[in-house]
Design a protein around this ligand. Structure first.
Ligand SMILES: Nc1nc2c(ncn2[C@@H]2O[C@H](COP(=O)(O)OP(=O)(O)OP(=O)(O)O)[C@@H](O)[C@H]2O)c(=O)[nH]1
Ligand SMILES: [Mg+2]
Length: 201
C-alpha cells in the first residue's frame, strides 16, 4: 500500500529537474529576463521591480515549473572578468540561454566572440541553445536577420544541437514564454542523450 501511494505521489508531484545557464555580455538583459520569467511562470512570485536590477557580480538563481518539468536557472555576470567563470558551470547544465542586446551594434562582435567560445566548448556539446535577441521593444534595435547575419560565421560551429533565435523583450515580456517553452521541449527531448556530469556523480 505504501509503495502504491508513494508511487502515486511521485507520479503526481515529482518533477524532472534541468539546469539552464543564462549567458551573454553585461547589460544584455539576462537578470531582467530571469526576473520576467519567474514572474510569468511562478503564480505568486512578487519579483523586484525590473528597473531596480543592477549588474550581477556573482550569480542569480531562479526556478520555474512548467508542467512536470522544473528548470533551474543560473544567471551569471557578463562582465569581461566574470566570463572566465562561465565554464565552471558547463558540465552541469542541460541548456543555455544566450542573451544579445539588439540595441548595441557596437558590441555585437564582442558578443559574437563570447558566443563562439560557448558553442565551441566541449563541455557543452549537444546542449540546446536559445539565442535571445533582446530589447526588441526599442524601435531602433537590430532585427533578427541583422543579428543572424552578424553571427553567420558561428553557424557551422553550433554543431548537432537544437538552436533557436528568438526575438524578445525581457522588459515587456514579449517572446519570453515562446523561448522558455522551446527550451523545455529541448531539454526533455535531450534526456535520451548522454547525461550531464551532475547526473553521473
Ligand atoms: N529597453 C529594454 N531594456 C532592457 C531589456 N532588458 C534589459 N534591459 C535593460 O538593460 C539593462 C541591463 O539589464 P540587466 O538585466 O541587468 O543585464 P545583465 O545581462 O544581467 O547584465 P550583467 O548582470 O552585468 O551581466 C537594464 O537597464 C535593463 O533595464 C529590454 O528587453 N528592453
Ligand atoms: Mg545580471
Amino acid at each position: 500500500m505504501y509503495t502504491l501511494l508513494s508511487g502515486l505521489y511521485k507520479y503526481m508531484f515529482q518533477r524532472d529537474e534541468y539546469c539552464v545557464l543564462i549567458l551573454g555580455l553585461d547589460n544584455a538583459g539576462k537578470t531582467t529576463f530571469l526576473e520576467q520569467t519567474k514572474t510569468r511562470f511562478n503564480k505568486n512570485y512578487k519579483g523586484m521591480s525590473l528597473s531596480k536590477i543592477t549588474t550581477t557580480v556573482g550569480l542569480n538563481i531562479g526556478t520555474i515549473d512548467v508542467g512536470k518539468t522544473r528548470l533551474m536557472f543560473w544567471d551569471l555576470g557578463g562582465q569581461e572578468e566574470l566570463q572566465s567563470l562561465w565554464d565552471k558551470y558547463y558540465a552541469e547544465s542541460h541548456g543555455v540561454i544566450y542573451v544579445i542586446d539588439s540595441t548595441d551594434e557596437e558590441r555585437l562582435s564582442e558578443s559574437k566572440k563570447a558566443f563562439e567560445k560557448v558553442v565551441t566548448s566541449e563541455a557543452l556539446e549537444g546542449v540546446p541553445i536559445l539565442v535571445l535577441a533582446n530589447k526588441q521593444d526599442v524601435e531602433t534595435c537590430l532585427s533578427i536577420p541583422d543579428i543572424k547575419t552578424a553571427f553567420s560565421d558561428c553557424i557551422n560551429k553550433i554543431g548537432k544541437r537544437d538552436c533557436l533565435t528568438q526575438a524578445c523583450s525581457a522588459l515587456t515580456g514579449k517572446g519570453v514564454n515562446e523561448g522558455i517553452e522551446w527550451m523545455v521541449k529541448c531539454v526533455v527531448r535531450n534526456i535520451h542523450r548522454p547525461p550531464r556530469q551532475k547526473d553521473i556523480t
